[in-house]
Ligand binder design. Structure first.
Ligand SMILES: *Cc1c(COP(=O)(O)O)cnc(C)c1O
Length: 350
């Protein structure tokens, strides 16, 4: 078929399963087990079908200004998108246009290489060290851009702010994207550095710490010039990325600082308790700064544990990839969900 020669052929990203069976414990895609702010429920009640009749505000001002207010920024320093996946894809498209290779860790968010391939961006992966840590010195080489999550996924390892700054400072001629999808679970954000470095852009999401994966809201923060370039690309692609409910409900969520703090604190408490229980069962892992723990067992292969849990309708994530195929990434759920998880783990490794 001649036309097939002209197809943009891509190997798509594989998202975690969204099983439809009932009574499952879902610890496979790092969703938040608790609902968003009660203000979101209120705002939801006030929505009507008439809200769907008109196009949404292409500038997404209600949401942009709510995010700007929450983070102490100007509106011109904030960009919003359809989840941070959309934001990150736009960032790749806008800022990774060099002949030089874009660099990111070998073990990281598995969407980065998919976007690079899809957009024909040359790239190279940099191995994490033996403790699954990013080595800042490895990012001091010619490159066409840098992206890494902090904390990293799926490892949960947090890079200290000084190390993030070291990478940003060493690369004034590249844009450095710090993907802070999990920063609210105890990490220190690099956000203040956007005033000091004009090549830094931070991406965050409402999907994890803000309990709204189903709404699809993500955002980027950086200096006005970066955000302007980003918006130029967005408006050349799709003017109406954010739907009306997302603008209204997202703004309601980000206005409730108190609920957000408590929500994150609850997850961090369950994480600490879960780390203790994993250790008790002989699992090995590096401390996590995210809402998941990346564990391995010295005796029982990860795939065996994965299959056993699945049979018990407990879903965790297993990646059939080099270096990490003997690990499981387990999302921190409610205390009751973790009880069910550890009861099953006792049976399989005990
Ligand atoms: C979950 C995740 C995202 C994207 O989440 P969205 O739901 O698209 O906002 C981005 N980066 C990392 C590292 C993630 O784990």
């Amino acid at each position: 078929m001649g036309w097939e020669n002209n197809v943009r052929k891509v190997v798509p990203y594989t998202p975690g399963e969204q099983p439809r069976v009932k009574d499952i414990v879902k610890l496979n895609t790092n969703e938040n087990p608790y609902p968003p702010s009660p203000r979101v429920a209120e705002a939801l009640k006030e929505l009507s079908v008439n809200d769907l009749r008109l196009y949404p505000d292409p500038k997404a001002e209600a949401l942009v200004s709510a995010v700007a207010r929450a983070y102490g920024l100007k509106e011109s320093e904030v960009f919003v998108g359809v989840g941070s996946d959309d934001v990150l894809a736009m960032l790749f498209m806008t800022f990774f246009n060099s002949e030089e290779k874009v660099i990111f860790p070998d073990i990281t968010y598995s969407f980065y290489d998919v976007w690079a391939e899809m957009l024909r961006i040359p790239y190279e992966t940099i191995p994490l060290d033996e403790h699954f840590k990013i080595v800042p010195g490895d990012y001091k080489r010619p490159n066409g851009g840098i992206v890494f999550p902090n904390p990293n996924a799926p490892t949960g390892a947090l890079l200290p702010l000084s190390a993030v700054e070291e990478i940003v400072a060493a690369n004034p001629d590249s844009v450095v994207i710090v993907d802070e999808a999990y920063i609210d679970f105890g990490g220190v954000s690099a956000l203040p550095l956007i005033r000091k470095y004009d090549n830094l852009v931070i991406a965050q999401t409402f999907s994890k710490s803000r309990s709204m994966a189903g709404l699809r809201v993500g955002f980027a923060m950086g200096n006005e010039k970066l955000i302007k370039y980003l918006n130029d690309v967005k408006y050349s692609f799709n003017s109406y990325t954010m739907n009306r409910p997302a603008l209204i409900l997202g703004a309601a969520e980000v206005s409730d600082r108190e609920h957000f703090r408590e929500n994150c604190a609850k997850i961090m408490r369950t994480r600490a308790e879960s780390e203790r229980r994993f250790r008790e069962l002989g699992f090995v892992f590096e401390p996590s700064s995210a809402n998941f723990i990346f564990v391995s067992h010295p005796r029982v292969p990860a795939k065996v544990i994965f299959d056993y849990l699945r049979e018990k309708r407990i879903f965790v994530r297993w990646f059939d990839k080099p270096r990490i195929s003997n690990y499981l990434r387990v999302t921190v759920g409610t205390d009751a969900e973790m009880d069910r998880l550890f009861a099953a783990l006792k049976e399989v490794v005990g």
